[in-house]
Design a protein around this ligand. Structure first.
Ligand code: PMP
Length: 274
């Protein structure tokens, strides 16, 4: 597998990293995942904008044109015009003092790799769990222990996804945003709910709010009992339906006309808009 480390493209097996990298000791790092459709980047500008925001939020300097060029070079070399994504992380750097207070003259490290994605993803079973993460989920940090703990507990209970909530209000899923369809209305928790502002979520809201009724509003977990469809969105999975919720007998439609229409239109949009 090809990777890029501090600007050099090389097989990932040849990358050497100090154990004192703050990525390794503190998860002091942010990342992006840029999807590619038939070799073309999807919403590259929005991904770069979010990466710059994440870097600013933790005080890492980033030259976004350099990062963008590296991501495209890696995708061109590794993805062969097929569907996939580039993962790219920026780390504060190597810090032998392992001090919580970082020095401002550390040398930022970058690492990326490319991977292919499969076309179709089957509907998933989700578990409703309390959101135990920190208060800055808007930063796309590599520190994902909260998500990891919750997703693995759900996996042990036979679920592949989670629906997180704080005080009974839904936030998001483990690695995706959530939408709930009830009758003709499509609802998604607002950004103020301390979620990651997903690019797929944003593309849906910005481009489909004229043809569909899409509302960013607080979503109580009781809404799930009345939902016709629940679906997740992310750059690597696109739109992915939930068909079952652990411990509940909620019935979600597999072929709800609004959901089918939105999904078809969104898939076409991804093929043609970028
Ligand atoms: N929320 C979380 C917690 C995520 O990890 C992701 C995927 N990185 C998303 C939402 C979806 O974001 P995007 O649509 O930009 O992939």
């Amino acid at each position: 597998m090809l990777g890029i480390f501090n600007g050099n493209i090389l097989p990932v097996e040849e990358i050497k990293i100090s154990p004192f990298s703050r990525a390794y000791t503190f998860s002091d790092a942010v990342y992006e995942v840029v999807p590619f459709f038939k070799g073309k980047p999807i919403a590259m500008d929005l991904h770069m904008e979010r990466l710059v925001k994440s870097c600013h939020a933790i005080g890492i300097e980033v030259e976004h044109s350099v990062v963008q060029a590296e991501i495209i070079e890696l995708a061109n070399l590794a993805l062969n015009n097929s569907n996939g994504y580039v993962y790219y992380q920026l780390t504060r750097g190597v810090d032998k003092s392992r001090s919580h207070i970082y020095s401002n003259n550390l040398q930022c490290e970058s690492f990326g790799y490319a991977a292919h994605t499969s076309q179709t993803i089957a509907p998933q079973k989700a578990k409703i769990v309390q959101d135990i993460r920190w208060a800055r989920c808007d930063i796309k940090s590599t520190a994902l222990l909260g998500n990891i703990l919750l997703m693995n507990q759900a996996y042990a209970d036979g679920c592949s996804e989670i629906i997180m909530h704080r005080n009974n209000f839904i936030t998001e899923s483990g690695s995706s945003n959530i939408f709930i369809v009830k009758d003709a209305k499509i609802m998604t928790p607002p950004r103020e709910a301390n979620i990651l502002a997903g690019i797929t979520r944003e593309l849906l809201i910005k481009n489909f709010s004229k043809s569909f009724e899409i509302a960013e509003e607080p979503c109580h977990i009781d809404l799930l009992a009345e939902a016709n469809v629940v679906f997740l969105t992310s750059s690597t999975k696109g739109i992915m339906p939930i068909n079952e919720i652990e411990g509940n007998n909620y019935i979600f439609s597999k072929d709800h006309p609004i959901f089918m229409d939105l999904k078809n239109q969104f898939d076409k949009f991804l093929e043609t808009a970028f």
